[in-house]
Write a protein that binds this ligand. Structure first.
Ligand code: DQA
Length: 138
């Protein structure tokens, strides 16, 4: 059974409440429960942190064992060289995902430090961005 981790960065614990016009009305817990029902043939794990170092620790923990990581680094996408280095350091492929289309938003969201170290990027499909990334690992 393939092992996939969904990793969410800062402020994504507020999904469903946070800027619903941009990020929607569904909480990640609700969405994750649906994914688990739908992908019973996968070991799906989920971890969220608002702390940069905790995201790096999680990448190190699963990054030589899991088959794929679906990573929404949120604002750290645009700021963190440490996270970009961690993505490069591990052997598990990482797909960068975003709920919103970062390229139709403010220019500071157009830069991703981790993109060059990711297997691919999916941006702008709402929560479906995560599912498209999961499907790419099947
Ligand atoms: C985001 C886009 C980022 O620019 C932003 O900082 C987020 C969420 C997205 O999923 O659309 O927190 O990664």
């Amino acid at each position: 059974m393939k092992k996939i981790l969904i990793l969410n960065g800062p402020n994504l614990n507020l999904l469903g409440k946070r800027e619903p016009t941009v990020y929607g009305n569904t909480s990640f817990d609700t969405f994750f429960a649906e994914l688990q029902k739908k992908y019973k043939n996968l070991t799906l794990r989920y971890y969220q942190s608002n702390v940069e170092g905790e995201l790096i620790n999680k990448l190190h923990e699963v990054g030589f064992e899991f088959d794929g990581i679906v990573f929404n680094a949120a604002a750290y996408t645009h700021t963190s060289i440490a996270i970009a280095d961690a993505v490069k350091a591990i052997s598990t492929p990482v797909i960068e995902v975003h709920i919103s289309n970062v390229y139709e938003r403010e220019p500071f969201r157009h830069k991703s430090f981790l993109a060059a170290n990711a297997k691919g990027i999916i941006t702008g499909f709402g929560l479906q961005s995560y599912e498209l990334a999961i499907q790419s690992f099947l």
